[in-house]
Design a protein around this ligand. Structure first.
Ligand code: FNR
Ligand code: 8K6
Length: 347
């Protein structure tokens, strides 16, 4: 019945996928206190190796990128060794896995690292507190200097290289959901008036410099990016943002990245300034491999692939609830519903 989902897909001459179902990146806050992936995490990912491709939970590139407890890193030898256990376990079960590289920017909190400031494009803070840690209010970020920006780009490239050393098949740059790179892409968080602000070209510069530095280090065919044009999470949308993404997507179209992945919780949401759903907006502006996500069932996902709204389907919460998601869908078996209590343990 669901044959599109189970078609193979060639990303490029380096990487092909056994089906079109991706496991979406899912933060679980289960790394140890040195932010090293554990054996339980290796088993968790290995159980999901039937996916055409797993995207790891967001993984910080350096200490000041941390905004949540026990999120894994890729900047120490111990973290690389811990991830090696994960990638070996996934490969042993016939799967493929990309690392999602993360810096939370203004959503970071010094509670989690040795330091007293957080970097962002501009001194524009997020309202509120760190989820589940009500005593930690977000602080006003320090605008990144040109030296800070150069160092951040170098640190993304190094983390990508560490990911390859850890056995990942590639990496996805987390430029979505209101974190550091996304903060440069929206007027709500980027008030700079230097070459990283004010115009679509300038506001896209940091994202493109990170993408190009990573591509140069590990190959564009192993580099992907996740984007949130709609700005709905830790961010206010601004109608002017569309011009930034129009420019950015045209630039990405000229590169030979592994794929572009949409970051959103519900793809049925419509954004007036984008003319409707985020996936339709991105599809109209980007013709290479596109990954859709956000509230899909096997049936609606199959339908979206048939209509060529995107090329690959990422599944998030149902993959938490169903380690055997792919096998259940293949056999037409009922799926277990997701609930938030499931976040308490790695099954
Ligand atoms: C997420 N999501 C997410 N996105 C991302 O880019 N990096 C991440 O680390 C996380 N972490 C995360 C944790 C949890 C608990 C949830 C529920 C979501 C978003 C996720 O990748 C996906 O876009 C959404 O869950 C929507 O897809 P589903 O769940 O409707 O299939
Ligand atoms: C990406 C880091 C996440 C850390 C834990 C996240 C837990 C998320 C639980 C789902 C919450 C959905 C919130 C979506 C906001 C969209 C509003 C339209």
């Amino acid at each position: 019945m669901t044959s599109k989902l189970f078609e193979t897909y060639t990303l490029n001459d380096q990487i092909s996928l056994k089906n079109r179902i991706l496991m979406a990146p899912l933060t679980r806050c289960m790394a140890d206190d040195q932010l090293v992936p554990t054996d339980a995490m290796a088993e968790y990912y290995a159980r999901r190796a039937d996916a055409g491709l797993i995207i790891s939970e967001a993984t910080i590139i350096r200490p000041d990128g941390q905004g949540y407890p026990n999120t894994p890193g890729l900047f120490t030898p111990e973290q690389i060794t811990g991830w090696r256990k994960v990638t070996d376990a996934v490969h042993t079960n016939g799967g493929k896995i990309f690392a999602q590289l993360w810096h939370t920017g203004r959503v970071a909190h010094p509670h989690f690292f040795d330091g007293d400031k957080v970097l962002a494009p501009s001194a524009e803070k997020v309202e509120g507190t760190v989820p589940r840690m009500r005593d930690l209010s977000y602080i006003t970020p320090t605008p990144a200097t040109h030296d800070d920006i150069s160092q951040l780009i170098a640190d993304y490239a190094q983390a990508a290289s560490n990911a390859i050393d850890a056995g990942f098949d590639g990496i996805e740059i987390h430029a979505a959901n209101g974190y550091l790179i996304d903060q440069f892409l929206h007027f709500d968080s980027n008030k700079r008036n230097d070459e990283y602000g004010e115009t679509p070209q300038n506001m896209s510069r940091f994202a493109l410099e990170v993408i190009d530095a990573v591509s140069e280090r590990i190959g564009a065919e192993r580099t992907a990016v996740r984007l949130t044009p709609g700005a709905y999470f830790n961010m206010q949308a601004d109608p002017r943002d569309k011009a930034v993404f129009d420019y950015l997507l045209a630039q990405l179209e000229q590169r030979t990245l592994a794929f572009v992945h949409i970051g959103i919780f519900d793809d049925a949401m419509e954004f007036d300034f984008l003319g409707g759903r985020v996936s339709d907006y991105v599809r109209a502006n980007y013709s290479n491999t596109l990954v859709g996500v956000g509230g899909f069932t096997p049936q609606t996902g199959e339908q979206a692939l048939r209509e060529a709204r995107f090329d690959l389907l990422a599944i998030g919460r149902p993959f938490i609830a169903n380690p055997d998601y792919v096998e259940k869908v293949r056999q037409g078996k009922p799926l277990t519903d997701y609930s938030e209590e499931m976040l308490a343990s790695l099954v």
